[in-house]
Design a protein around this ligand. Structure first.
Ligand SMILES: *Cc1c(COP(=O)(O)O)cnc(C)c1O
Length: 394
């Protein structure tokens, strides 16, 4: 048995599948047929690797953090996804999907975005490939995340406001789905995390798995073996965590730690701690664990970090949680911000607030002196300067 891939219907244990309107069956079927074949082709591998190297700037370093290690009395390495072009891991996936879209002969790309990070990563690869790009974004999110809206426009994308419901991410997702149903033949829908109907979770996981592929090689260069004792990553939908865990999933001696945003506290009524509070249900086209009311209404999540502010998790993580293969930690706004300042002061690296949650978990784990710990530093903090300033305690 492997934790790496879902069964042919897209299930990881009890979670996954494809819960979509009948109108979308042909699109999703086409993807299902194409993605595995394409990923295995030499021509695809070559183009993907070349773009990751020359355009994205991979491999990203695996950095031994001496001051953080001394502080926590263990050995801490940082996987520097913050050094990627556009500042985070999301570009690994959008590069993969734009190549898939090209191969399927799609002329247009659509995407949905909450905080705008996935929208920017999508607009970037569309500019690179000269493909038309429409990004759906909730009207409220557009007002909150003005710089990312303008980034997408500078890159040539059209940003379409979602004006229904709460005017946030889930409404943008509905609009994108509607667009796809109405334009099934010429459009590819780029989903930004390991969520959505099968085959998206597996496809995005494979594109992000380059993170742990590099970790193995780089750790061997550092310490002579490929396996650490811990891999720690934050989880919004779960794509940076899936990529960081992937090549260690079937080695139970490697402790996998997924860190969710606890907002003002797990029990405060204002959090995004999905696995602590959620129950099985269907979200965004797959069966997973999500925060919901007694009668199944999705609960509005809260976190200081826009990228972790999501009411579900990808089905692979629901399975890692239910099976006990990964352990889950919950880090509050306050703990994350303090961890972000600590990393800035000790190592000279200002992390994205999402990534700061992964560092907030360090104090919650009892490490041994000879443990080897990898923290996936999913993104850089430039985009979060306003939040750091507003928080103010530094
Ligand atoms: C979007 C984002 C995340 C959360 O998304 P995942 O799919 O859970 O990885 C985490 N970190 C950064 C820097 C992000 O931009």
């Amino acid at each position: 048995m492997t934790f790496k891939t879902p069964d042919e219907n897209g299930y990881y244990g009890d979670f996954g599948g494809a819960f979509i309107p009948e109108m979308l069956y042909p699109n999703v079927d086409e993807l299902k047929q194409a993605y595995l074949e394409m990923i295995q082709e030499e021509a695809f591998q070559k183009e993907f690797d070349q773009l990751l190297k020359d355009y994205v700037g991979r491999p990203t370093p695996l950095y031994y953090a001496p001051n953080l290690s001394a502080h926590y009395k263990t050995n801490i390495y940082l996987k520097r996804e913050d050094l990627n072009h556009t500042g985070a891991h999301k570009i690994n996936n959008t590069i993969g999907q734009i190549l898939l879209a090209k191969r399927l002969g799609k002329k247009k790309i659509i995407a949905e975005t909450g905080a705008g990070q996935h929208g920017v990563a999508t607009a970037t690869v569309c500019a690179l490939m000269g493909v038309e790009c429409i990004v759906y974004m909730g009207e409220i999110d557009m007002a909150r995340q003005r710089p990312n809206v303008e980034r997408m426009r500078i890159l040539g994308a059209e940003v379409r406001p979602a004006t229904s419901g709460s005017k946030t991410l889930k409404d943008a997702t509905n609009e994108a789905m509607r667009h796809w149903i109405n334009n099934p033949t010429d459009t590819h829908y780029i989903i930004g995390s390991v969520v959505g109907p099968h085959p998206y979770p597996d496809m995005v996981t494979r594109f992000q798995s380059v993170i742990s592929e590099e970790m193995r090689i780089q750790l061997k260069e550092h310490i002579g073996r490929e396996t650490p004792d811990y891999v720690i990553a934050c989880v919004g939908g779960g794509s940076n965590a899936a990529g960081a865990f992937y090549h260690y999933l079937d080695e139970p001696e490697v402790n996998l730690v997924a860190v969710e945003a606890a907002g003002h506290g797990v029990q405060s009524g204002e959090s995004a701690a999905t696995t602590a509070l959620g129950k099985p249900g269907v979200l965004h086209g797959s069966k997973t664990i999500l925060m919901q009311t007694e009668d199944g209404q999705v609960v509005e999540p809260y976190s200081i970090s826009a990228g972790l502010d999501y009411p579900g998790i990808g089905p692979i993580h629901a399975h890692l949680f239910a099976s006990g293969r990964a352990s889950f930690q919950y880090v509050t706004d306050e703990e994350a911000m303090q961890a972000g300042i600590q990393l800035s002061r000790m190592e000279g690296i200002i992390p994205a607030i999402e990534s700061a949650h992964a560092f907030g978990a360090l104090q919650k784990i009892d490490f041994k002196e000879d443990d080897v710990v990898i923290v996936n530093l999913s993104g850089r903090g430039d985009k979060d300067l306003e939040s750091y300033i507003k928080w103010g305690k530094y």
